[in-house]
Design a protein around this ligand. Structure first.
Ligand SMILES: [Zn+2]
Length: 388
């Protein structure tokens, strides 16, 4: 039998290497693309999650923690974005707080990119864009579009079955890289278990009163456009939901945190610390399966003709029309609901009040656009620009 000649084998190898470089180079660029956040007047200190668990130091799972301390002592809150890095409205919400908020009483801890490894990951198999850009008064600001789970470059291999610690519930193998399934985490666990363990350490050591975890969810998923809260947080969540509806005119219903589904922030933070947890979901049409192409435009304006026809057949869990569900609405909702949770808690617990000023609310973001609240890193003081 005649075998292929050396020349042919070399040609096939060369084509393979060219394809590998052409496909891999954009992914490498994405993994190293810096997203710049400009510290606003309220930022008093920047730490890293590794300050609460040194094992994370020097790894891609470590992430900055921005601290905004008021002159007057009071309560404290942790707000986290990008637990799922393919739902970046949380990241943008937290970034707006970092760039603008001024805290008068109490302390605010802000983590814009909670699962940082997931923000370095992508979903090219589903045609996700690698980046999205937001229009600002000084030009386009570019962000990495991440994935739901940490990158296999940072945590691999996955187990056949993920056994949650310490409740021993069996979960999908993939969820060992999902930082909304690894709470409360463990000190000597896999990197994502260490990320949630470090955050639990922050909550316990700093005696944080409230934890708000920001997400986006499909319009065809019932747990969307809502606040998820366990029993201990439900009173504050109810007041926040009713107030935004009556004062700001948007719906944000309540969902109770299931007691038997383990690993989620709204369950484990409450069970393993004194903190009151809340998880906020805003509707993100980009994540729904029956849509057109997963373009940057769909991510930004949330308009899709297939979802519109499903809405007419009453298959969606949110009201949906030609106007879609824009990024500005999603970010605005997160800002207003977070501020309202903080305000309601402060009213009920005046000795642990948290007073924050200069953060836009829903109608501000819808009217002015998300980008109008970001400052130009190029014209900012160098020491104030942090790459995340
Ligand atoms: Zn999520």
């Amino acid at each position: 039998m005649k075998t292929a000649g050396t020349g042919f084998k070399l040609s096939v190898t060369a084509v393979f290497i060219i394809l590998l470089i052409a496909g891999g180079w954009p992914l490498r660029q994405h993994r190293h693309f810096p997203v710049e956040i400009v510290c606003g007047p309220g930022v008093t200190e920047i730490r890293n999650l590794s300050d609460y668990l040194p094992a994370l130091k020097g790894t891609k799972a470590d992430t900055p923690v921005f601290i905004l301390s008021g002159k007057e002592p009071g309560g404290s809150v942790l707000v986290m974005g990008n637990t799922h890095a393919n739902e970046p409205e949380g990241l943008l919400t937290v970034a707006i707080m970092i760039e603008n908020a001024v805290v008068e009483k109490g302390t605010v801890f802000l983590i814009p990119s909670f699962n940082r490894s997931a923000s370095l990951n992508t979903r090219p198999g589903e045609g996700y864009p690698l980046y999205f850009s937001i229009r600002t008064p000084w030009g386009q600001k570019r962000f990495r579009m991440g994935n739901r789970d940490a990158s296999p470059l940072d945590q691999w291999p996955d187990p056949d079955v993920y056994i949650h610690y310490p409740e021993k519930q069996m979960l999908s193998y993939l969820d060992i890289r999902n930082t909304n399934r690894t709470w409360p985490g463990r000190k000597n666990g896999l990197p994502m278990e260490q990320v949630t363990f470090a955050a639990m350490e922050l909550l316990r050591r700093e005696q944080v009163d409230l934890a708000i975890d920001l997400h986006g969810a499909e319009t065809m998923f019932p747990v969307t456009n809502c606040i998820v809260a366990p029993e201990k947080s439900m009173r504050i969540a109810t007041l926040a939901s009713l107030t935004v509806k009556s004062m700001e005119g948007f719906e944000n219903h309540l969902e109770s945190s299931p007691e038997k589904f383990r690993g989620l922030s709204h369950r484990e933070i409450g069970d393993y610390s004194d903190t009151l947890p809340f998880l906020l979901e805003s509707p993100i049409p980009f994540l729904d399966q029956p849509t057109g192409a997963k373009t940057e435009k769909l991510f930004l304006d949330g308009r899709d003709e297939f979802l519109l026809s499903l809405a007419r057949k009453k298959k969606l869990f949110v009201p949906y029309d030609e106007s879609g569900w824009s990024l500005d609405r999603r970010v605005g909702q997160h800002l207003s609901v977070s501020l309202e949770i903080i305000r309601q808690y402060s009213r009920k617990t005046p000795d642990r009040a948290i007073i924050i000023k200069n953060v836009p609310r829903y109608s501000d973001v819808v009217d002015n656009g998300t980008g109008s609240y970001f400052h130009n890193p190029a014209s900012s003081e160098k020491g104030k620009v942090v790459k995340i």
